[in-house]
Design a protein around this ligand. Structure first.
Ligand code: ARG
Length: 395
């Protein structure tokens, strides 16, 4: 099988395997979006009189059928295709004949991949934001189930101040809502139409209607000038990965609390057996592996963010194949964040705080005592602090 760009000379199979890498498999998740963007491009060509009615109808129906068959698992991008864009066009031409070859007028895989990725990121950011809000709602349920249950508030892992389960859960819920808002803010970089920039320098001699594809795909603006488009590749990814990282970091800190609260030493959180795993050697153990792996997810998302920042750095302007490597970290981090948030949303309402095991040492009230002294006697806080300290001086 040959690629769209093949002009005769055979490609070394080892070079194909290295350059296509995992790209062909990763691109399966872009096919639906490549179909959407290709339909918009074809309609624009038709509108401009660059595609005859019959050819447009054949392309439109062929793309729709291929998209539908791909969604049903009837075909996958193959290594020999090199990437998903080539796979789609090759199959379209096989299905409808020479008309398929008219679709690529005025575009390049360079703007095609950006269009597909932006549509994918739009959907992904919305899905992740929805999941972040679901975890926040699950924490609301934890708070409701433990209304009035007091907890020590810790600083430096030392008992510090009075807190409560609703206050603890409410803090995480608020930050998860903030993460959802951060994910929504990624739209600023995602919502620009790259189509019509083609390989990165527009389409000399060919007047395309970039506004038409913008409107069809629901982008907020046409990405201008054409030379900005390839310079931007990786920036929306990095912004999304930054927000994904903050989300997994918040989930990881929640997980860190639960691992500690469920430890034998504190032991005031009970994790349901279905959420814990056993030890192969020590029959007495129930381990919080779920929360430990969730705690570690942030390392993976941070690594992905660093990859996305490093890949375009120091590249000269224009398209470079280096940019293809942006997809793997993007998908890896988003998949992990989705799985982690989804599991938290489903399982958090099952955890139980055990009030009888929650130690509330009297020194949790030390700061409050000092505040009361200030209010009652009008003395400076520093003096009240010293008086109260004398009562709690550690032996
Ligand atoms: N798979 C490529 C990528 O993700 C698509 C663009 C390929 N363009 C090219 N000129 N080889 O970057």
């Amino acid at each position: 099988m040959s690629r769209l760009w093949d002009l005769g000379g055979a490609l070394d199979a080892r070079v194909l395997a290295y350059t296509a890498g995992e790209d062909h498999a990763l691109d399966d998740r872009l096919i639906a979006h490549d179909v959407t963007a290709s339909l918009a491009h074809a309609a624009m060509l038709h509108g401009r009189g660059l595609l005859a009615d019959g050819d447009f109808a054949a392309i439109r129906d062929g793309l729709a059928a291929l998209g539908d068959e791909h969604a049903r698992g009837l075909w996958r991008v193959e290594l020999a295709d090199e990437d998903g864009h080539t796979a789609l066009e090759r199959r379209l031409t096989a299905r409808i004949g020479a008309a398929g070859g008219r679709l690529h007028l005025g575009r390049s895989r360079n703007d095609q991949v950006l269009a597909a990725l932006r549509l994918w990121m739009r959907a992904e950011a919305a899905a992740l934001a929805g999941l972040a809000r679901e975890v926040a709602a699950a924490l609301g349920e934890v708070a409701r189930l433990h209304d009035g249950v007091a907890l020590p508030g810790y600083t430096h892992l030392q008992p510090a101040m009075p807190s409560s389960v609703p206050l603890w859960a409410g803090g995480f819920a608020a930050e998860l809502e903030d993460d959802a808002a951060g994910l929504a803010a990624c739209a600023r970089r995602i919502e620009k139409n790259p189509l019509g920039s083609a390989a990165g320098y527009g389409t000399p001699g060919l007047a395309l209607d970039r506004e038409a594809t913008r409107a069809a795909l629901g982008f907020a603006a046409v990405h201008e000038p054409v030379t900005a488009v390839q310079l931007s590749r990786g920036k929306a990814e990095a912004q999304l990965l930054f927000e994904v990282h903050l989300l997994t970091q918040d989930l990881g800190r929640l997980a860190a609390d639960l691992v500690w609260y469920a430890s034998k030493e504190l032991g005031f959180v009970a994790l349901p057996p279905a959420m814990t795993t056993g030890s192969s050697l020590m029959p007495q153990k129930r381990n919080p592996d779920l929360f430990e792996l969730a705690r570690a997810a942030g390392a993976v998302t941070l690594g992905a963010l660093v990859e996305a920042l490093a890949l375009p750095a120091k590249l000269p302007s224009g398209y470079h194949r280096d940019l293809q490597r942006l997809k793997a970290p993007l998908f890896r981090a988003c998949d992990l964040a989705r799985a982690t948030a989804g599991l938290f949303a489903a399982t958090l309402p099952e955890i139980r705080f055990l009030p009888e095991r929650i130690a509330l040492p009297p020194e949790l009230g030390a700061a409050e005592e000092a505040h009361r002294l200030v209010l009652a006697e009008g003395i400076p806080f520093r003096e009240a602090y010293r008086r109260v300290a004398a009562r709690y001086r550690p032996e």
